[in-house]
Design a protein. Structure first.
Length: 159
């Protein structure tokens, strides 16, 4: 798998991980962190077995195989999620790509210093509703893969 800027990185297609028990609990984990030591464990919040969540965490956070999720939408564009699992400095990077462009359009980064701009609600729905011929045909899955970068303040205008 080739992605501009990741030529030396161990990126792998992550779409197969979506079917793992515990995947969604792990995928949304960073959004659910409360810092409360008394909080309900992640697996319980999602109705998953702890061992399933642990296995999904291992798969998503693998330093030797960084999962990449591509959500194709219009005219060759794709929204991309990369689990950049650098030792001691990992993060999740969200961006848009097009095969005729040399660089990505940054959507957000989730790491020690999260950054936006994120997606407006209308942009998120637009991407989710595009039915491309791929394994992510379910609009709910397409929406869920991109929803962590929704502009929570709602201040962005539509595309």
């Amino acid at each position: 798998m080739l992605i501009n800027g990741y030529e030396e990185s161990p990126v792998v297609a992550g779409e197969g991980l979506i079917a793992l028990p515990g995947f969604w609990a792990t995928y949304f984990e960073w959004m659910c962190e409360s810092g409360d030591e008394q909080a309900v464990p992640l697996a319980e919040r999602f109705g998953e077995a702890g061992a399933d969540v642990d296995a999904a965490i291992e798969a998503l956070m693998n330093e030797k195989a960084w999962p990449v999720f591509r959500v194709p939408f219009d005219d060759g564009h794709a929204a991309v999620v990369v689990y950049a699992n650098l030792p001691e400095d990992g993060g999740i990077e969200y961006f848009a790509t097009h095969p005729e462009r040399d660089r990505q359009g940054s959507l957000a980064t989730v790491d020690g210093h999260p950054a936006g701009p994120g997606l407006a609600w209308r942009e998120l729905l637009h991407i989710a509703e595009r039915q491309q011929r791929d394994l992510r045909r379910n609009p709910g899955v397409r929406w869920a893969l991109q929803s962590p970068v929704r502009d929570k303040a709602g201040t962005r205008n539509h595309a």
